[in-house]
Design a protein around this ligand. Structure first.
Ligand SMILES: [Zn+2]
Length: 280
C-alpha cells in the first residue's frame, strides 16, 4: 500500500516537473555546482555566481519575481550589495522584468547584448522583435551597458563570457563560466531562449536575416564547452528532475555534456516547422 502511494506520488511529481511552473512563484534556492547557485523563481531561471570579491547574477525573472530572487540571494547567506553585475539573457518581461528592482537594490551594472540595451532601459521591445505587439512592457533599468560577442566580464576570480545568440531577440545572449567543486572544474552555460515565436501575422520566411541569426545561434550553442547547462526556462533542461536526482547523486545530476545540444534541438525543429508551415 505504501509502495503504491509513493509510486502515485512519484508519477504526479514527474508530471509536475514536466509542466511549466508559475513564473513568479517562490522557489527555494539551491546550489547547482560549486559557486553556481539557483536563485530564480519556480518557473524562470536566475543564477548567482559567487566569489569573495563579489557576485554576478544572471537574469532577474519577472517584475513580481524580483522579491523572490532577492530573498533567495539572502537565504543563501549572500549580500545584495555584493552583486556587482546583473547579466541579461534577453529583454523580455519573464527574464528581465525583475532586473530594474534588483539593480536598485544591489547597485549593480546591468550587462546585455548591445542590440537589447535600449529595450533594457525602456522596457519596451522594438519592432525588430518577432514577438512585437504581443509582448508585455516591463520596468526599465539604469546603469545598462552593452556587451559584444566573446566579451569576458571579470570580477575578482570570476570570468563570464558573453556569446551573442540572436533570433528570439535581436541582442539575445548566452553566458558561460567555469565553476569548481573539490578541485573539479566544469563549464557552466546559461542558455538563452532559442524558440522562434511570433504572432501568425509575423512570417519568419520574410526575414531571412532573422532565420540566419537563429541558425547561427543554434550552431554556436552546440559548439560551446558545456558540462552543466541551465536553460532560461528551467524545465527545458529538466532542472527539476535533476534537482530531485541531486538529492541522492549530488551535483553529478546537473552534469550532462550533451545538454547544450539537447536544448538547441527542439528550437531548431520549431523554426523549421514554422518555416514549412509558412510555405503552405
Ligand atoms: Zn522570450
Amino acid at each position: 500500500m505504501k509502495l503504491i502511494a509513493s509510486l502515485i506520488l512519484a508519477a504526479f511529481a514527474t508530471v509536475a516537473n514536466a509542466q511549466e511552473r508559475d513564473w513568479s512563484a517562490p522557489q527555494k534556492p539551491f546550489t547547482i555546482y560549486g559557486n553556481t547557485h539557483y536563485v530564480g523563481t519556480a518557473g524562470i531561471s536566475a543564477i548567482l555566481v559567487t566569489s569573495p570579491q563579489g557576485h554576478i547574477l544572471v537574469d532577474g525573472t519577472t517584475a513580481k519575481g524580483a522579491d523572490v530572487v532577492a530573498a533567495n540571494i539572502r537565504a543563501l547567506g549572500f549580500k545584495l550589495e555584493d552583486v556587482k553585475y546583473i547579466l541579461s539573457s534577453h529583454s523580455h518581461e519573464d527574464h528581465a522584468g525583475g532586473i530594474s528592482a534588483l539593480q536598485k537594490q544591489t547597485g549593480a551594472t546591468v550587462l546585455a547584448g548591445a542590440a537589447n540595451v535600449e529595450t533594457m532601459q525602456t522596457g519596451v521591445s522594438p519592432k525588430t522583435d518577432p514577438q512585437f505587439g504581443t509582448l508585455s512592457d516591463f520596468p526599465g533599468s539604469t546603469k545598462v551597458r552593452g556587451v559584444s560577442d566573446g566579451e569576458v566580464v571579470k570580477l575578482g576570480p570570476l570570468a563570464v563570457t558573453a556569446h551573442s545568440t540572436p533570433g528570439h531577440t535581436p541582442g539575445g545572449t548566452t553566458w558561460s563560466w567555469q565553476s569548481c567543486e573539490a578541485g573539479k572544474c566544469k563549464n557552466v552555460v546559461f542558455v538563452d531562449s532559442v524558440t522562434a515565436i511570433g504572432p501568425d501575422s509575423f512570417r519568419f520566411t520574410d526575414h531571412p536575416e532573422l532565420v540566419a541569426q537563429f541558425r547561427g545561434s543554434f550552431k554556436k550553442i552546440e559548439g560551446l564547452a558545456c558540462d552543466v547547462a541551465i536553460a532560461a526556462h528551467p524545465e527545458v533542461n529538466d532542472l527539476w528532475g535533476r534537482q530531485q536526482r541531486a538529492e541522492k547523486a549530488g551535483s553529478a545530476a546537473y552534469v550532462d555534456k550533451g545538454a547544450c545540444r539537447a536544448i538547441v534541438e527542439p528550437g531548431r525543429k520549431r523554426l523549421e516547422t514554422r518555416l514549412a508551415s509558412e510555405k503552405r
